[in-house]
Design a protein around this ligand. Sequence first.
Ligand code: SAM
Ligand code: SF4
Length: 332
Amino acid sequence: MKSKVQPLVDGFGRKIDYVRLSVTDRCNLRCRYCMAEDMVFLPRRDLLTLEELADLSRHLVRRGVRRIRVTGGEPLVRRGILDLFRNLGALIGHGLDEVTLTTNGTELPKLAGDLAAAGVARVNVSLDTLDAARFAQITRRGELDTVLRGIAAAAAAGLKVKLNMVAMKGVNDHEFAEMAAWCAARGHDLSIIETMPLGEVEGERSDTYLPVAAARDALEARFDLVPSTHRTGGPSRYFELGQTGSRVGFISPLSNNFCAACNRIRIAATGTVYGCLGHDQKVELRDVMREGGEDALNAALDRLLAGKPERHEFDIARAEPAVARHMSVTGG
Ligand code: SAM
Ligand code: SF4
């Protein structure tokens, strides 16, 4: 007999209708704020199969999840990933409102058309600079031109593009206005994000940490910033640029906590599901899915929700990262 379907609600009464699904912790880049140079990746045998990721997604949609963002690591480097997008796309209109993607953009020249055909309507592309040398320096191995071609391919395929830019003092803090103008000229939104202390990297993140208020000040020197009511279900607070009509969002996990409105859980590629980006609280779903059946899966999800932390406690000045795992494991 099937168990009664209950919506996902945590111990603080927050409804969870948004899932970040990491499909791999691997990546073809090594952004300095995200990864160490020598990353040890999870063994492939520990990952959920693409079919299991689709099954889990279907289950979560039955429990009220309305949006799934596929992320990683770099989701588009996982072999066969389009099959997952096609399976998720088939859920749109059947409980799911949208499937989105966060990507570094390097595979978009090849895959943008297929993603759009699978039902993806919006992509977030991470791009911290428009300077080719700086891009190579930040990502340790990326080529700016490939990402720019990827963004163009996404737009040509009809995908709505938003750029994610991590604000870094002394690295890209003179580029906010230029990036905003570049995005505005192409009809893309922009989000500017604070560096978070997740996993060990070379160097101190506190050396380059910049509160997003500094980025806002820089933009205000060139544009009129009009507060916008636009929301995408995430923590971005948006402004419209008076001169261009385009939108810029600011994500301030450190300088302005937004956890009270948290609506999400995060699933790692192994089937470990985390209640919070900044805590180790988790349950393991892989063996439950393989051996326990639907009731056991529901019980595991309910256990996670009962213990979901109220908020993260990020402190950039602390010597240790808030958690040992990198953003690329939890799914950024
Ligand atoms: N590889 C894809 C990408 O770069 O968009 C998806 C995964 S990446 C972990 C998701 C987002 O997390 C990116 O926008 C990246 O800039 C951001 N990110 C990674 N590590 C971060 C950190 N320590 N603090 C803030 N943002 C971070
Ligand atoms: Fe890879 Fe994205 Fe992390 Fe950069 S931010 S290393 S692209 S996972």
